[in-house]
Design a protein around this ligand. Structure first.
Ligand code: TNX
Length: 532
């Protein structure tokens, strides 16, 4: 079966090559070089997330300077995936691998990224990776699937070649086949850029890192009491006034709409969805500092640089509040290609319950009017009326159960399991501990599948690990809290339960060091892991 698939895909890809006139018959006798590869067992590679199925064939593909990449030409997405792979191979090995280039040289070895309609590909992110001695074929239904597949391939390329002799350097990749598809469609992380601001460059680095582990959502917490971080053209003071404060009294900052679009498209190149959050009706002190009518209590609040929560609210009764929200939602929806807009809704302790419910319903309708689906923190689900609205569970299980009973989907972000801002232990340099300590083991060793027994697994959209930024203000501090725990969340989201096991995971995690060093990541070297 395997042979037949490989054969037919191979023939088809050769036909593509021939039909576009790239194939040049081999005139010269090829010199045979016999090389003993050091390790050729695909099943013991340190892949994270662990794929669904790995079948090793105990040989190796020698990536070298004569390797070329071809991709399906039916849509530009596959072409882009080819270029992305070529660039990453260059960064890792120094090799310059051409993509879809005509050549007069003999094609010795190639990587083919193939759009396939195989019924075995059950999901748009599913892929198959076939590695033989001279060919690597990635099959996927969509460019997104192909992109997830090349992350696996990147992880299989070693950091060092077999030989340092200039002419015959080879980077051995074990042969075999990998069949893979995700456990959950939503595998996210959140970054709070409101408590402390993080630059576009910081966000791009985080996107690069999470893409490698197949995370497909970055939720940006763009507004809070301490700062408003996204330009709204119809309400310019939100950023000219509300953007210049943060926890601890720093200078804050904000993204112009052009910068936000740049983040969105950088994420899209990595097949990562950006979900913008405008937190309301609580967590809105910075908005009310900019436009005091919003809080409706007649007072002009001061910029807030502390860490308390739950003291601010919009006035939920005035029409002007809703016309303001309509403008904000309209502008953000227009620059957000993804289907979701997050409305926050957490910890509105000074909003009366009745007013809170009225508010959430009104805002849900506004978001829907601009063709977006609502996501909100668990509390919102008591008021929403559209079953397309999603509850992000963080604290109260009861809200997740209500969501499920209503027919709404749930994102699991339980604070005591997934909050990246919780300290690892009492010695952690950064972080809070209100939900407890979360060691690298704790972060991995729980199952989203049966976390809330009353809700069926198909009500769970996926998981998300939020990183709140009260105690961190630099990318290096961000990395200290996120890494290595985020790598474990990536596996919880992608890998099915049967394939997850701490003892096995911790070895694969220990072997991420070369990548983390290469990327200059300030990960927390937890003593629970025997780092390589
Ligand atoms: C709770 S989680 C919050 C945030 C804080 C975080 C700190 C949630 C929906 N609200 O406002 O930043 O705890 O861990």
């Amino acid at each position: 079966m395997f042979k037949r698939i490989i054969h037919s895909v191979f023939i088809r890809s050769l036909l593509v090559v021939i039909s576009i006139g790239l194939f040049v018959a081999c005139k010269e006798e090829k010199k045979k070089i016999i090389i003993n590869f050091p390790h050729t067992d695909l099943s013991t590679e340190n892949l994270i997330p662990k794929p669904l199925k790995i079948i090793p064939t105990h040989n190796a593909f020698g990536l070298n300077k004569s390797t070329v990449i071809y991709t399906s030409q039916t849509n530009n997405g596959f072409n882009k995936v080819g270029y992305f792979l070529s660039e990453k191979i260059k960064q890792k090995t120094g090799l310059d691998i051409p993509v879809n280039k005509t050549t007069t040289n003999t094609i010795d070895k190639f990587i083919y990224i193939n759009k396939s309609d195989s019924v075995a590909l059950k999901n748009k992110e599913a892929y198959q990776l076939y590695i033989t001695k001279d060919t690597i074929i990635i099959n996927a239904k969509t460019a997104e699937g192909a992109f997830r597949g090349i992350q696996t391939l990147r992880q299989l390329i070693p950091y060092t070649s077999n030989d340092t002799l200039t002419d015959y350097r080879l980077w051995p990749i074990p042969t075999g086949k990998i069949i893979d598809s995700p456990n959950y469609n939503y595998r996210g992380t959140m970054l709070d850029v409101a408590r402390h601001f993080f630059s576009v460059a910081d966000v791009k680095k985080y996107l690069d890192l999470i893409a490698y582990y197949k995370i497909n959502v970055l939720h940006l917490h763009l507004t809070d009491d301490q700062g408003w971080r996204i330009e709204i053209k119809s309400w310019p003071k939100l950023t000219s006034v509300g953007g210049h404060s943060e926890v601890g009294g720093g200078k804050g900052g904000f993204y112009t709409q052009e910068e936000y679009k740049d983040i969105v498209s950088y994420a899209a190149e990595r097949h990562i969805l950006i979900i913008p959050e405008i937190d309301m009706p609580g967590h809105t002190n910075a908005a009310s500092v900019s436009y005091p009518f919003l809080n409706g209590n007649g007072k002009t609040p001061k910029p807030y640089t502390g860490m308390r929560v739950g003291f601010s609210t919009f006035n939920t009764k005035k029409d002007t509040t809703y016309s303001f929200i309509n403008n904000v939602v309209q502008e953000i929806a227009a620059i957000t290609p993804g289907p979701y807009l997050h409305i926050g809704g957490d910890e509105s302790h000074v909003t009366k319950k009745r007013d809170y419910h009225y508010f959430v319903k009104k805002v849900e309708a506004i978001v829907n009017k601009h063709n977006k689906q609502v996501i909100g923190w668990g509390e919102i689900i008591q008021a929403t009326t559209n079953t397309s609205s999603v509850a992000q569970h963080w604290r109260t299980k009861k809200n997740a159960v209500i969501a499920s009973n209503k027919g709404s989907k749930i994102i699991l972000s339980p604070a005591k399991n997934t909050y990246l801002d919780m300290k690892y232990d009492s010695l952690s340099k950064h972080g809070l501990d209100w939900a407890g300590h979360i060691s690298v083991t704790d972060a991995y060793n729980w199952a989203p599948e049966n976390y809330i027994t009353e809700i069926p697994n198909n009500a769970i959209l996926g998981i998300e690990a939020p990183l709140w930024s009260e105690t961190i203000s630099t990318i290096s501090e961000l990395e200290y809290l996120a890494f290595p725990r985020i790598i474990g969340y990536a596996e919880l989201g992608w890998t099915n339960k049967e394939n997850r096991e701490w003892e096995n995971y911790k070895i694969r995690l220990a072997n991420q060091v070369p990548y983390l060093k290469h990327m200059n990541v300030n990960y927390y070297p937890s003593p629970l892991i025997e780092w390589k």
